[in-house]
Design a protein around this ligand. Structure first.
Ligand code: SAM
Length: 324
């Protein structure tokens, strides 16, 4: 198993297959932004497969395909099928904004992706458009297609922002109960200029939990996934609500992951700049054993914790580049 300097087991990789996105969520990518990696800089599917194969040999069990918006890259189902077949990879999941999910849901499920997370910050079309630039109906169609394709669980990720959507959490709870989705509420992180200006709308989710507890009976609960969310179940329903609280209650001591961006850089922490470039190594035709040594060296760089609160200016990368 991969162990870092702080004794944490690293068994989860977030794989960004593109830094591009068809939305411009106000906390993530600026309007008009086009400074993306070019196709020659993207890891090919063969290169990705080699990296994941070696991570699998090193004990990584879970892979989440993400981006950017992963479904804007052609052939993601074919890639998923290749990754699902690798020895050791037990859990292949996807994060998506679902704008293109309606057409691809069945193929992705057939390829071996079992769990899916969908970003959805509002159920009001005008507000959704304002927050993300996208069309709500496409996301709803994508969600229904995911349900029909057999994904289970389907988790809704909602970034909670004051004066944007913090009045909609109870509506989202009702929506998730109605459709048997899991709800995850996320605190804004100061990543890039966008994340920093969105942090002016930061909401401490401990307050939201207290607000929900006045209306619903909340019972401590668990969900499969290996992520940092702390879950409660709404009594009398199947709904679980996860709270992802990088700011108000960070979870770095149990961090079990690293991220691979589309240009082949391994990022050790969302909130630090420690990274290790693998692309040139891969393009020089390294063996699995050589790659293994590089991955071990990279894991040595993993920092103890993020400093979003102490040093909010530190991270200039957008979440879309690093891989959410
Ligand atoms: N496009 C996919 C999606 O929409 O889920 C995957 C990538 S997206 C960058 C992954 C997650 O990061 C989304 O749930 C998004 O809301 C979240 N995110 C992006 N920027 C963030 C920020 N500054 N603070 C908190 N969450 C952020």
């Amino acid at each position: 198993m991969l162990k870092d300097r702080f004794g944490r087991t690293i068994e989860y990789l977030r794989l960004s297959v593109t830094d591009r996105c068809d939305l411009r969520c106000e906390y993530c990518l600026p309007n008009g932004y086009h400074d993306f990696e070019t196709p020659d800089e993207w890891l090919s599917f063969d290169e990705i497969e080699q990296v994941i194969r070696v991570f699998g040999q090193l004990g990584t069990r879970r892979i989440r395909i993400t981006g950017g918006e992963p479904l804007v890259r052609a052939g993601v189902s074919a890639l998923a099928q290749r990754l699902a077949a690798l020895p050791g990879i037990e859990d292949l999941s996807l994060s998506t904004n679902a704008t293109r999910l309606a057409k691809q849901a069945h193929a992705l499920h057939d390829a071996g992706i079992s769990r899916i997370n969908v970003s959805l910050d509002s159920l009001r079309a005008d507000r959704y458009k304002q927050m993300t630039g996208g069309k709500l109906q496409k996301v709803l169609d994508g969600l229904m297609a995911a349900r029909a394709a057999g994904f289970q669980p389907i988790k809704i990720n909602m970034v909670v922002m004051r004066d944007r959507n913090d009045d909609e959490i109870e509506d989202m709870v009702a929506f998730c109960i109605q459709h048997d989705f899991t709800l995850r509420l996320i605190e804004t992180m100061p990543m890039g200029d966008t994340g920093r200006s969105a942090s002016q709308h930061y909401v401490n989710l401990q307050d939201i939990k207290a607000r929900l507890a006045q209306r619903y009976e909340l019972i401590d609960s668990m969900m499969p996934g290996g992520g940092p969310a702390r879950y409660v179940q709404v009594a009398g329903t199947d709904l679980r609500i996860g709270f992802i609280t990088p700011i108000s209650q960070h979870f770095c001591e149990s961090c079990n992951r690293v991220r691979l961006s589309v240009d082949g850089t391994l990022h050790m922490c969302l909130g630090q700049n420690d990274s290790y470039p693998l692309r040139d190594i891969l393009r020089h035709g390294c063996s699995d054993e050589e790659l293994r040594q590089h991955i071990l060296a990279a894991i040595e760089l993993k920092p103890e914790r993020h400093e979003f609160t102490e040093a909010p200016e530190k991270i200039v990368r957008f979440m879309s580049y690093t891989g959410g």
